[in-house]
Design a protein around this ligand. Structure first.
Ligand code: AMP
Ligand code: ZN
Length: 112
């Protein structure tokens, strides 16, 4: 279910534009507007939930499909040499958008 106050739900609905690189029934993957690496993509489930702990069964299925799909999409977008996945969970970790998302970072040699 989508959440009308959520930025990423608005992007999923097409109400806010994004640079999509992949979409199917379960997920949208698009370019981060403020990239922290040469390639910086965001993978979001189409069901709205803020935190991993709030994923229901449908959300957990979407997440497993996201992790299945990421290697292919990352490779197609310049991360053939490797990539890093990040989930910021909660304010203390720097989460600013409360719709669970996986950061895909790469396209260059990353420092730790
Ligand atoms: P987080 O801090 O983990 O919640 O990550 C949120 C990410 O969303 C940040 O890296 C932002 O740069 C990114 N972001 C915010 N607004 C947009 C937008 N309109 N389109 C694409 N990425 C966005
Ligand atoms: Zn949302």
């Amino acid at each position: 279910m989508l959440n009308c106050d959520c930025l990423f739900c608005k992007i999923i609905e097409g109400k806010i534009p994004s640079s999509k690189v992949y979409e199917d029934d379960d997920m949208l993957i698009f370019k981060d507007i403020a990239p922290k690496a040469k390639v910086h993509l965001l993978a979001v489930p189409k069901t709205h939930f803020a935190l991993l702990s709030q994923a229901d069964k449908e959300g957990r299925v979407m997440l497993s499909r996201i992790f299945e799909k990421i290697p292919q999409v990352a490779e197609q977008n310049g991360c053939g040499d490797g990539f890093r996945l990040v989930i910021n969970q909660g304010e203390a970790a720097g989460q600013t958008v409360r719709h669970l998302h996986v950061h895909i970072l790469g396209g260059e040699t990353l420092g730790w």
